[in-house]
Ligand binder design. Sequence first.
Ligand code: HEM
Length: 610
Amino acid sequence: MHPSNYRMRLSLDFLRILALPSAVFYFITTHLVKVHLGLLTAPTLYFAFIIFWSISKSIFTKVLQRAERRKLGAKEIPCVKGAWPGNIDVLVKMLRAFKTSYILDVYLQLFEEYQCTTLNTRILWTDHIISMDQEHIKFILSTGFEHFWRGRWQKERMERFLGQGIFNRDDEMWRMHRGNTRPFFARERISDFDIFERYTAQTLNIISVTSSHSRTPIDVQDLYSRFALDAASEFLFGQNLDTLSATLPVAGKTKMGPKGSATEDPWGSFASAFEMAQQVITARSRVGYFWPLFELFRDKNAPNAEVVHRWLDPLVKSALSEKEKMEKAGICSPVAEKNFLQHLAESTDDPIIIRDQLLSLLLAARDTTLIAGEIQTACLLTYVTYFMAIYPGVTQRLRSEVLEHCGTSGSITYEQLRNLKYMRAVINETLRLYPPVPLNVRESRAGGCTLSPSDSTYTATCDANVMTDDTRPLHMPGSTAITFLPLLAQRNKILWGSDADVFDPDRWLEGERLSRFVANPMMFTPFSAGPRICLGQNYAYNEASFFLVRLLQQFDTFSLAPEAQPSGSLPPLEWKRRKGRQAEEKIWPAAALTLFVKGGLWVRIARKAH
Ligand code: HEM
């Protein structure tokens, strides 16, 4: 069934849950036992039979799983045991925690409670595995790639927004997209810094003008998203969306949007729709398998998708008509001269496939600052700015390195960027503590498989029947969702040392400390790993480094402006009493597909008088 048809899927599921057992019960009572049920007893007995059927089915599945476990020589993944049937209390706790708790803390608390790093939450009687075990993350992404896919449920949640783009497809369609997209990230393309130069200059000009007005605070999360989107749109489809020229959020006046600030112009509506769509997808995954129940009469992403499509459709249309004109004129330009949109238009005439793939790349770009990585790049730059604001010593060291290698102006080369070792360390340390994709989901393929025994993060095991020296692998049942949590793995003290929560770029420079990572590179996966590793990784490093060089050539003082944060976006006081980073956090990190700072990151940026 097509993933967009979620209502039909839900109806068929209800038929399976209600109609099938009712039909069996009807057949038994009328043809086998031949009893006549009264008007009052019939509904009660039908209902009782449906419950009996569901319990039997669940027991049957468990028996099959046990048999598979025995065959594989594996043990069961520990299961969360809530107080209410179907672990509904755990679901309620999680939904509440997503609104008020520190990012992913609700998962960490579960792991601590059960003293293991991989658990089955089994909410509403449905297996759902969560894992912060780095070996399991490695298996899902790389060594055991063939056992997993994005799966049916993820596609269903994202279909209305991302459609058939690379992030929302598996197998043949994904391979086709990946093959088509990869040439656009060849070194010579991503080392051409002309585009970065133009949009960086425009962005820094905005910062200059704003900060010269009695050091007015600026929401850099919003600004970096615009920078990323404009640069990415030119890189991908040769057109400037020019969001940097639209209305900027104003300190103290701007409302809180779905993630950061919200402005009320056409760009604001695009950004809001873009962010809202991600929020809707995240909310669906939190509710789980039954999310369509809450969207029976209204697909919550339909209006968001419509706004975003309204921006992209004219671009796709013009690329297709340009292609037609070129074909009629018998002109064929070489691949190297085409932008990504023109290249996509070469491969298909289907405007929907082209639009969906463009949108996926925009999503990736906006948060890094590229369109597909664009989201992640903006996120990366936002958190680097956060650290520069709270650690002036880091800013000074970064700036000295920039001035030493790149001077105060002039063109910047790829080689110069490669020599900025401290800057690379700051970027990596930021990606370690705040990976723009802090959690991700996959589904196991139909046959079950095994995961290595849980790592040694917690010495005890939550399964009282199993000895701690039990080295059997864990059984990953087939067709089951698994949420893996790079943010927690990248802050795990067993992997990174007792100072894992501390921002310390030197861990990437000092031989002995770095050796932990060199011996086990998969403990750091902000760009994912394996066959689906991020295609924009080098683009993102180049773009972020380029931007930071220019920023630090012009400015040297960054300070947070908590008074400018929209109300409700500062970290709750109770976080101070907790352990880990949250006790010291000056902003509210939150996630909706990708990481962001709640309410935006409002900072003052200045150059000291020299
Ligand atoms: C700091 C910046 C970035 C980070 C942290 C990042 C992270 C990631 C991650 C974690 C994935 C895997 C998603 C998954 O499989 O579920 C991914 C995939 C991808 N990224 Fe990035 N990304 C960044 C920037 C970019 C940029 C700038 C682009 C391109 C404009 C880009 C393009 C892609 C594409 C096309 C994929 C899909 C690969 C596939 O499924 O085969 N990324 N990225």
